[in-house]
Design a protein around this ligand. Structure first.
Ligand code: GUN
Length: 293
């Protein structure tokens, strides 16, 4: 029996209705809507596209967005000034510093400057540290990993006690999602480019989070029958049958995986819509927190 499809678009749409209602309630009470400030430095087309999608999503749910668009030769001081001005703006409740920053910019120093109260991306070293520590809770958790956790719950995954394998150890997805799974009492293994015999490790997993950034990397015969598979990858590949000449595929080979997994996300339409939705949810949460509610 083919896997149940975990429809991230549907979950995201439903959550965005609630977020829009919360944003409207905030605006009615305070006279201005929740606000998101974005710092985009450099000319990476994928980052520019993410930021455009985030701004459009903000507009849809009634969150204002203020963008600082800076070129690839921006200095550390310019990036830090942009963050400082968003920190000081009372109508900005959340700050997103789009990663990666251009070469030569100290990412750690920039992220450390984001006001903790406005760290809706959850990348401030203090928030990441709290995420990793037992008995501590960060103020905000990063968007993509949080989206993965929501989709696991949506799929009815029993996380506590499960063997969860995370493929990829990036600061944006692999590391924080591994920490979140550990907090949820899963037994977590993190695989990466130096892992030996990854297939045999993935075959033990009740939950697989694929975030390695390689097209169709995980095959169906790597999966334990019934495993719940969350595919974070968005890899651009040539496709002569598409009008544009390309298409996007995940890190999991969907055609083989769908016959083995118990539940699986699609690309597109899985994790992608959740990432933006979690950022919107964190921005509204930040607005209420800053207002003291
Ligand atoms: N670059 C890729 N994904 C993300 C994200 O979720 N947040 C930020 N700030 N940068 C990213």
């Amino acid at each position: 029996m083919p896997a149940t499809i975990i429809d991230g678009k549907d979950v995201a749409d439903r959550m965005q209705v609630q977020i829009a209602a919360e944003a409207a309630r905030f605006a009615a009470k305070y006279g201005y809507p929740p606000g998101l400030g974005v710092v985009l430095a450099g000319d990476d087309p994928a980052s520019a596209q993410y930021v455009r999608m985030k701004s459009r999503a903000c507009e849809r749910v009634g969150i204002t967005s203020v963008s600082h668009l800076m070129n690839a030769s921006s200095t550390q001081a310019e990036v830090e000034d942009a963050i400082a001005s968003l920190n000081a703006d009372p109508k900005v409740h959340g700050i997103l510093v789009q990663l990666p920053l251009p070469k030569g910019i100290n990412e750690e120093a920039a992220l450390r400057l984001v006001s903790l109260d406005k760290d809706v991306d959850g990348f401030h070293p203090i928030n990441i540290g709290m995420l990793g520590m037992k008995g501590r809770e960060p103020l905000f958790t990063p968007a993509t990993p949080t989206g993965c956790m929501v989709l696991l719950k949506e799929a009815g995954a029993q996380i506590e006690g499960a063997n969860a394998v995370v493929i990829g150890r990036s600061n944006i997805v692999g590391l924080p999602v591994a920490l979140m799974l550990m907090k949820a009492n899963a037994t977590v293994t993190v695989c990466h480019s130096r892992t030996r015999d990854m297939k045999s490790i993935v075959q033990q997993a009740d939950i697989v989070i694929a975030a390695i950034g390689k097209a169709n990397y995980v095959k169906g015969d790597w999966l334990k029958p019934g495993a719940i598979v969350i595919d974070v990858g968005t890899n651009k590949v040539d496709d002569p049958t598409a009008k544009s000449g390309y298409t996007f595929v995940g890190d999991v080979e969907y055609a083989s995986a769908v016959n083995v997994a118990g539940a699986i996300t699609k690309v597109p339409g899985g994790v992608g819509p959740m990432t933006i939705t979690m950022l919107l949810a964190n921005t509204v949460k930040a607005a209420w927190r800053i207002a003291g509610e």
